[in-house]
Every structure is written in structure tokens, then in C-alpha cells.
Unconditional design. Structure first.
Length: 384
């Protein structure tokens, strides 16, 4: 009986030992296989063909930035819609769309018969006013000497005041029509009304043609002065504390991010926009450029702070899904994929925080990393 039990124990221990040995062998086989999935070998010819270059980790002062979106706007005082108070037939048009004009320049002239009558009324009232001033002075002297009745003096005073009020009214109407009354006389009555530019800027739109009747208060010209364009940027609640007046930013047209322009934040709204937890931040463009226009959507980056960090050229970092990787040289023509996290990006360099331990003097692929990733991914797909 004891002999049978002894034989059974030996059999169990032998089986257990064989099982453990088998599992350890599988683990040893799996480990190098997993590691091999992150290593790739290239020939000299392949390396030359893809232009692969090696570099090292560098210490860089990188500026972190906040990405925000917005659009280009023009203050209302730098855009004008030109109309006239009294209609008429268009006689001349002196400008074209896209042309730059200075404030006060004559844009067009129209013929209006009412303006002739208004000038006549002004001159007639002036002539009558000259008589009434003399009459009032005469009646005042007579009143001081108690020669005439008080009623006669008061009548002369009343008629003078009415004529003076009419003169100011006629003068104001004529000035609104662009007629200088200081030079107006019976010999130079104007038959045309000049339409002038109220601001300096570019002619955006012309709604006139020769011989056409220009309606009163209708839009005849649009003028905009793009020299005073600014940015209206939308900053959400979680990022408001990062924004300050005086911060430098760069921006680009949302459809052409390659060309950037400098700007400076000069104002921050003090209330949230309707129906959203965001405020509008205003920035002044620091250069004169004709490549941006009102209403364009822009992408801006606000410089937050500077930090010294270990970095690599941004081209050295490749993505696979949401993960970031670099490749280091482990032997001649042999490269290993290393998973990393990234930080600030500035001036073509990106902060690198290696998840896997990497020697500080490791040689890193700084050009051609995407070819390595492509080949590695391809190899993984074939094995699957």
C-alpha cells in the first residue's frame, strides 16, 4: 500500500514539473516575439532611399500655446454705407470698385432740381435778412427815444428772428447736400449734388449707373477701411484665466494655416456670449496685410509661457491612432519603436516625455520615422 502511494506522489510531482516547464517555455517564447514587433531592420539601400537621418535629444526653450478660433472684424467707424437725402439723376461717377479713396473725395454727382430751389430760397432769405436787420436797428432806436409804439418794435424783432432761423435751416440743408454756402451767390448756383466719401477706405460696392435715378436714402456706395481689421476670438470658460491683455498671438486664415500673422490682445469682453460659456477676446493685427478680409474665419495661437524641456524635431514623432512614437537605433540599421507622450510644440520642436526608458544619449530617427512606422505596421498586419 505504501509502495503504491509513493509511486502516485512521484507521478504527480513529475506532471507538475513538466507543466511548469512548458508554461515557462511559452513565456520565454512570447517575450522576444512581443519585443520583435517593435523592432525593424533596414538595409543600407533602404536607409539611403528614404533619406533616414539620426539625431539626439535636445534641451529647448519651448513656448506652450492655446489654440482658439474666431474671425476678422472691422469696427463700425471704419465701414460706411453712402446714401443721399434728396434723389436725382446720376451725372458722373468718379470711382471704381476696389479703389482706395480718401475722406471727402467726390464719388459721384447727381442732378437735382430741388437743390436749385433750396439755393434760391437761401439767397432770397439772406437778402431779406439784410433788410430786416436794418429795420430792426431803426425800430430799436426809435423805441429807445419813445417815438414809435412797442408793438412795432416787437414786430420788427420777430420778423428778424424768423429770418435768422430760416437762414440756419437753409444753411444746414445745403451743407448736408454738400454745398458750401459761404461761397454761394446768385452767380454760382450749383445744379449738381456731390456725393462724397465720409471715411477713407476701399470702395466695396457701387449701386449706381449713369443716367439712373438715385433714390433718397438708398445704398449707393459701400466703403471699408481694412487697415483697422482686428480679431474677434472666442475663448471658453476653462481657458479664460490663461488670457491677458498684451499677450502676443499668431493667426492664420483657417483655409491657409501655412501663412501666419502677428497680433496683440488689447481687450477682453466682460460677459459671456449668449447661450454659451465663452467670451470674445479682441486682438490688433501688428502688420499691414491685404491677404485677410473682414468676415474671414481664423485659427489663432496664444503664447502662454516658456519652459525648458527635452525635445526632438516634430518630424521625428509619429502617430499610430492616438498614441505617439519615436524610433531609436539599437544596432546598425536596426531601430526600435518607443512609445512617448508629448508636451509643448514650438518652432518645429516638440517636448518629449518617454514612457519607456530611453538613454539620454540614444540616437533617434529624426527624418524618415514615418517610413519606419509604415513598414512596422505593414509587418504587423501580415503576421496577423
Amino acid at each position: 500500500m505504501k509502495h503504491n502511494i509513493f509511486i502516485a506522489l512521484i507521478a504527480i510531482l513529475t506532471f507538475s514539473s513538466c507543466k511548469n516547464s512548458s508554461e515557462e517555455a511559452k513565456k520565454e517564447e512570447a517575450a522576444p516575439e512581443s519585443k520583435s514587433q517593435t523592432i525593424i531592420h533596414f538595409t543600407d539601400a533602404q536607409i539611403k532611399a528614404i533619406g533616414l537621418e539620426l539625431g539626439s535629444f535636445e534641451n529647448k526653450n519651448l513656448t506652450s500655446s492655446l489654440k482658439i478660433n474666431g474671425k476678422l472684424s472691422l469696427p463700425p467707424q471704419y465701414q460706411a454705407q453712402v446714401s443721399i437725402l434728396s434723389g436725382g439723376i446720376v451725372k458722373n461717377i468718379y470711382v471704381q470698385e476696389g479703389e482706395f479713396v480718401k475722406a471727402g473725395k467726390t464719388l459721384a454727382t447727381i442732378v437735382n432740381t430741388e437743390v436749385l430751389q433750396l439755393q434760391q430760397d437761401y439767397l432770397e432769405n439772406n437778402a431779406n435778412l439784410s433788410y430786416l436787420e436794418k429795420e430792426y436797428q431803426r425800430q430799436k432806436e426809435l423805441r429807445d427815444d419813445n417815438i414809435n409804439a412797442g408793438k412795432t418794435y416787437q414786430q420788427a424783432q420777430r420778423e428778424l428772428q424768423i429770418a435768422q432761423a430760416k437762414r440756419e435751416t437753409f444753411k444746414s440743408k445745403l451743407m448736408q447736400l454738400g454745398i458750401n454756402v459761404s461761397n454761394l451767390s446768385s452767380k454760382n448756383i450749383a445744379s449738381n449734388i456731390a456725393i462724397t466719401a465720409p471715411i477713407s477706405g476701399y470702395i466695396q460696392h457701387i449701386n449706381l449707373s449713369m443716367g439712373k435715378y438715385a433714390e433718397p436714402n438708398a445704398l449707393l456706395f459701400e466703403i471699408i477701411d481694412n487697415r483697422f481689421l482686428h480679431l474677434d476670438l472666442k475663448v471658453f470658460e476653462k481657458d479664460i484665466h490663461k488670457i491677458q491683455i498684451g499677450q502676443q498671438i499668431t493667426f492664420s486664415d483657417a483655409n491657409d494655416i501655412a501663412h501666419t500673422h502677428p497680433a496683440t490682445i488689447y481687450a477682453i469682453n466682460k460677459a459671456f456670449e449668449p447661450n454659451e460659456q465663452a467670451v470674445i477676446v479682441h486682438a490688433k493685427i501688428n502688420e499691414i496685410t491685404e491677404t485677410v478680409l473682414p468676415g474671414m474665419y481664423v485659427e489663432a495661437r496664444v503664447k502662454i509661457n516658456n519652459a525648458n524641456a527635452i525635445a526632438l524635431p516634430t518630424e521625428a514623432i509619429v502617430n499610430n491612432g492616438e498614441e505617439h512614437f519615436i524610433f531609436i537605433e539599437t544596432a546598425k540599421n536596426t531601430f526600435q519603436q518607443i512609445k512617448i507622450t508629448t508636451g509643448a510644440t514650438d518652432m518645429g520642436y516638440t517636448e518629449v516625455k518617454a514612457i519607456d526608458k530611453v538613454a539620454s544619449n540614444a540616437k533617434v530617427v529624426i527624418k524618415g520615422a514615418y517610413y519606419l512606422l509604415s513598414e512596422l505596421t505593414k509587418g504587423s498586419g501580415e503576421e496577423e
